[in-house]
Design a protein around this ligand. Structure first.
Ligand SMILES: Nc1ncnc2c1ncn2[C@@H]1O[C@H](COP(=O)(O)OP(=O)(O)OP(=O)(O)O)[C@@H](O)[C@H]1O
Ligand SMILES: [Mg+2]
Length: 364
């Protein structure tokens, strides 16, 4: 069953004033001008659920309010969790954090997930192959623990192989041959999982794209891999054949760590062909497709955190996006600094609306 965040109280979190936020089970809109604390609210929710920020290199010193008198951040919440209403709270200090579920200490993370959508990711996804790889690896890992474990083992073996190629210690060629057996084995497993993931996403992606953005266009995501249809033996042979060149260059040039993913927009490569708005629609469709697949596989929706995605989209797409969110049962927290997008969000009767003004949160 879906988990929900019902109430949240924060103390000493960034610029947010201590207040209690009561959320809707469905749509929550957070308005406010630039630099007032909208993203900070999403970050606090992300921290509560994942015990970490979505911003890189962010820890206690960045998160504690610069005005705090005591070096601790307090999170208190009421959640719907595994059919019950529970309290979940945390104290985050410089060297540790302590969490309680219904007043009992809890070490592991809650079994709640979040999906965070921010305005920059569409651009990064379209321009940076390593971002695309990371996106697929992270999201597939959440759905498939075996994949995650195979990927970790593959990366460990790859790092070892590269160290050998770089340092060339005595007898390194025999060591590499042994590693290649491992790499080829994990490659087959990883490739199969990736192909399955893309196939599973395919219909969801097409549907979300059509319903949110455009009936008249098609979107498909495809994988681009040197080893796409290769067997274990063929992959192993490729490593063998390329070993001498790898030795000269000092690293492994081929492998599933170089795989890439391509959006096909009406059959064209969207990186080369699409407008910024179309690229954003494609990326959002992929994320919403992932959310649907997540629900299908894990029987519960994640909490969806959407940090101002209104840029580049026209008002027709805003309306479609809002209608889509209204139809769905997931809990969503959506921010905007855009006056016109806010006007559209204001029309959602069932949504809770908040206004953030210099860290002070006002219920609308
Ligand atoms: N540790 C901190 N203590 C106090 N204030 C902080 C802290 N960290 C960040 N801030 C303040 O938080 C504000 C930024 O908040 P946030 O990123 O949530 O803004 P936003 O409303 O999302 O703005 P935008 O619309 O531009 O994205 C800045 O004014 C910054 O000075
Ligand atoms: Mg922001």
């Amino acid at each position: 069953m879906d988990s929900k965040l019902l109430k949240l109280k924060l103390d000493n979190f960034r610029n947010l004033e201590n207040s209690i936020l009561e959320f809707s089970n469905t749509i929550n809109c957070i308005f406010g001008e630039n630099g007032n604390g909208k993203t900070n609210i999403l970050e606090a929710i992300h921290f509560l659920v994942n015990k970490k920020s979505f911003r890189k290199n962010t820890s206690f010193p960045q998160l504690i309010s610069i005005e705090s008198e005591k070096p601790q951040i307090l999170f208190s919440s009421l959640i719907k969790y595994k059919e019950n209403q529970s309290t979940y709270s945390g104290t985050f200090m410089p060297d540790k954090s302590i969490w309680h579920l219904d007043n009992s200490p809890i070490k592991r993370k809650l079994d709640i997930h979040t999906v965070f959508i921010n305005p920059f990711d569409s651009y990064a996804f379209h321009t940076t192959p390593s971002f695309r790889r990371d996106w697929f690896d992270t999201h597939l890992s959440k759905l498939d623990k075996v994949y995650k474990s195979n990927l970790t083992k593959y990366n460990q073996s790859l790092r070892f192989r590269n160290t050998l190629l770089n340092k060339k210690p005595a007898d390194f060629k025999n060591q590499i041959k042994a590693i290649d057996l491992q790499l080829a084995k994990y490659s087959v497993e990883i490739l199969n999982a990736r192909k399955k993931f893309i196939l599973e996403l395919k219909d969801f992606c097409q549907n979300t794209f059509k319903s949110i953005f455009d009936e008249s266009h098609d979107l498909e995501i495809k994988m681009d891999s040197k080893f796409l249809n290769n067997s274990y033996e063929e992959i192993l042979k490729c490593y063998e054949e390329n070993l001498e060149k790898d030795i000269i260059i000092g690293k492994t040039r081929y492998g599933i760590h170089r795989d890439d993913y391509v959006f096909h927009f009406d059959g064209f490569n969207s990186y080369e062909y699409c407008s910024l708005g179309q690229q954003k629609m494609s990326f959002l469709s992929l994320i919403f497709a992932y959310i649907e697949l997540f629900r299908y596989k894990l029987i519960s929706y994640p909490l969806v955190l959407i940090d101002d995605v209104s840029g580049e989209l026209d008002s027709k797409r805003w309306k479609n996006l809002i209608n889509y969110l209204k139809e769905k049962n997931f809990q969503v927290f959506i921010t905007t600094a855009n006056k016109n997008f806010r006007d559209e969000l204001e029309k959602i009767d069932e949504a809770k609306k908040f206004f953030v003004d210099n860290g002070s949160i006002i219920n609308l």
